[in-house]
Design a protein around this ligand. Structure first.
Ligand code: GAL
Length: 345
């Protein structure tokens, strides 16, 4: 089996955290831990055949426990912001933990990135995989209902990192899961990502207020620096956007089939990434808040050292009836599929 397990650490309540290394038929490796269902490392070849770790992260469990950047994390129960941490569902108001100014961000103080998941590795013809499961109890961070969540990561022999999500609840609840890796296709410790070339298949985005909560308006990207409908070097637009990119794009695909959402190319190493998803939105975040974070192998991550493409439903959906709904009903199943496909060009 192309899966290795080694001890990564122990939580304060004595739970063992294991580092799982998945290797595919082409020698690509993905490392994951059962704390936060976090991807700690992704090693990909470049044009010169050299394998390099292309995701930002830490060396130790203690650093992941302290982390507030969400490096490599599985984010939930609701990714992104919920205004004032409040929403009303079936006539009842719910108050969530607020952890980002006045708002709720990425599941709250102890989101899915800060809990210990059950893990099970398996191998299929398509490559090695790991299945994480977690029971988020009724009222956790203020959310209603017991929610069972499953996240499966595959490292396929077609050089894809494929992430599939499922969730079921016993009470109506909002659910909006995402993956929060920061990529730098030149290498996690190679400086900023501004020379990466980006395309996003989105003609519009959700406008936000000064706390990054959507106003409810969906605006066209046309004639704005947010337009990535044709390929743009990130550097060529970033100075026209105050603070950098941190926007939810409304993807052009409207039928929740697995569709190309974005494409990123790093010209010096030739590494190329295609992003496919069943979700209606993707948050493009250009690592604006990275401020000298001490990472793996002595690396120091500064502003724009990595970028995230977080596939998800739109921020603050529980308070925006005009957005696609994130409410999961007890009789239904939440599903999501997102694929990061890598190659060298
Ligand atoms: C992103 C979010 C940013 C910031 C970051 C974590 O998903 O869009 O605003 O909160 O996570 O630092």
């Amino acid at each position: 089996m192309n899966i290795k397990e080694q001890t990564f650490g122990k939580t304060s309540d004595d739970k063992n955290i294991i580092l799982y290394t998945l290797t595919n038929a082409n020698g690509l490796t993905a490392k994951l831990i059962n704390y936060g269902a976090i991807l700690t490392t992704l090693e990909l070849p470049g044009r010169d055949g050299k394998f390099t770790d292309v995701t930002l992260g830490y060396d130790t469990l203690e650093d992941y426990i302290k982390d507030d950047c969400y490096f490599g994390a599985t984010v939930g129960r609701c990714a992104n912001r919920i205004a004032k941490g409040k929403f009303t569902l079936n006539g009842k108001e719910y108050c969530l933990a607020t952890n980002n100014g006045p708002n709720h961000l990425h599941g709250g103080i102890k989101g899915f990135n800060k809990v210990v998941w059950d893990a099970e590795v398996f191998e299929e013809k398509t490559g090695p995989a790991i299945k994480f499961t977690y029971l988020s109890k009724d009222n956790e961070e203020g959310y209603p209902g017991n929610l069972t969540v499953t996240v499966i990561y595959w490292l396929t022999n077609d050089n894809e990192l494929k992430i599939s999500y499922q969730a079921e609840t016993d009470k109506s609840t909002p659910v909006n899961l995402t993956h929060h890796s920061y990529f730098n296709l030149a290498g996690h410790d190679s400086g900023d990502v501004l020379s990466h070339e980006l395309t996003i298949n989105a003609d519009s985005f959700t406008e936000t207020d000064e706390t990054l909560v959507p106003t409810g308006e969906i605006k066209s990207v046309k004639d704005t620096p947010l337009d990535f409908t044709t390929t743009v070097r990130i550097a060529d637009h970033i100075n026209q956007v105050e603070g950098g990119f941190d926007h939810n794009y409304v993807l052009n695909n409207k039928n929740s089939s697995l569709t190309l959402a974005a494409h990123v190319y790093e010209p010096t190493t030739g590494r190329d990434m295609e992003l496919y998803t069943t979700e209606p939105g993707v948050q493009f975040y250009s690592g604006n808040f990275l401020d000298g974070v001490k990472g793996k192998n002595g690396a120091v991550y500064k502003k724009h050292s990595g970028f995230c493409l977080e596939t998800q439903h739109f921020p603050d959906s529980p308070n925006k009836p005009q957005f696609p709904s994130v409410i999961l009903e007890p009789v239904k199943k939440y599903t999501q599929l997102t694929v990061y496909k890598f190659s060298v060009k």
